[in-house]
Write a protein that binds this ligand. Structure first.
Ligand code: AKG
Length: 268
């Protein structure tokens, strides 16, 4: 049932996917990283904390995107092997799917979230967002998706035409979409939002000081691994993903300090 819905709509929300206790423990770990590192930092365990929008691109300015967080919080590595998320995505796409990395997104009063876009068209990628904080209404900036927009449609064609005539040149931007199909994925902590990233989506802007923290399970789908280019072959071999080349970056020592109590203090 859930797999069929995911295939049709490109998104599903599964409540109570993770227990509240596990959410609080993991939230404590993410908040500890935020408290320790105040600028983009590459750690010697391969975790990369990226504060977005620090360069010329102001999208998501101030949002903390923690790449390869499973290297800092080993309990998360279980998401890389067989689990119900992979099964659902394989059912929906009728393809082989693998998890290639795990991130955490921390949005605290972020106003300049990127407008509607798609991440890619080929290969198909999915993200499983597991909310670690309650997202009870739009002021918390829920993940937002245009249902069925992963399929070819009149709106996709219009966006393509806009691009051809040079309007809105940002890669993947999709300013035109069916407003009647917009789903604001609100939910309590522990909810899983599973989304086909070839569909049109965004995070909504937040109101001041509202906190939203989510784990992000990244999946890629393919018929045969050999059809993927060298970049993806490498990512799948290493199961590590960076947004930038990191070979020449200095690495900081990772000191584990799971301030679990912090989760209770700071959840709003
Ligand atoms: O939930 C969000 O903050 C936005 C997610 C998004 O646009 C993405 O991951 O591509």
């Amino acid at each position: 049932m859930a797999g069929k819905k995911l295939r049709r709509d490109g998104i599903i929300v599964v409540e109570n996917f993770m227990s509240k206790e596990t959410c609080d423990y993991l939230l404590g770990n993410v908040l500890a990283l935020e408290k320790t590192y105040h600028a983009s930092t590459l750690l010697d365990n391969d975790t990369y904390l990226n504060y977005r929008g620090s360069e010329s691109n102001t999208n998501d300015r101030g949002m903390l995107d923690v790449f390869n967080i499973d290297h800092a919080v080993p309990e998360l590595s279980k998401f890389k092997t067989n689990n119900s998320i992979i099964d659902l995505v394989q059912f929906a796409t009728r393809k082989n799917c693998e998890v290639f990395s795990v991130n955490a997104y921390l949005n605290r009063g972020i106003k300049t979230t990127r407008d509607f876009h798609v991440d890619d068209l080929k290969p198909i990628t999915f993200k499983g967002f597991i909310y670690l904080t309650d997202v009870p209404d739009n002021s918390y900036g829920p993940y937002t998706y245009v249902k069925r927009s992963q399929k070819f449609s009149f709106f996709r064609l219009l966006n393509l035409v806009l691009k051809v005539v040079g309007y809105r040149p940002g890669f993947g931007d999709m300013p035109l979409y069916n407003k009647r199909r917009v789903l604001n994925a609100i939910g309590k902590r522990g909810s899983l939002v599973l989304s086909d990233q070839t569909g049109i989506h965004r995070g909504l802007p937040q109101e001041d000081s509202k906190l939203r923290v989510a784990l992000v399970i990244n999946l890629i789908c393919f018929d045969e691994r050999s059809e993927l280019n060298e970049h993806w072959q490498k990512v799948l071999r290493e199961k590590i993903y960076y947004p930038i080349p990191v070979d020449n970056l200095k690495r900081e020592k990772f000191e584990k300090s799971p301030l679990v109590g912090l989760a209770h203090e700071q959840r709003s």
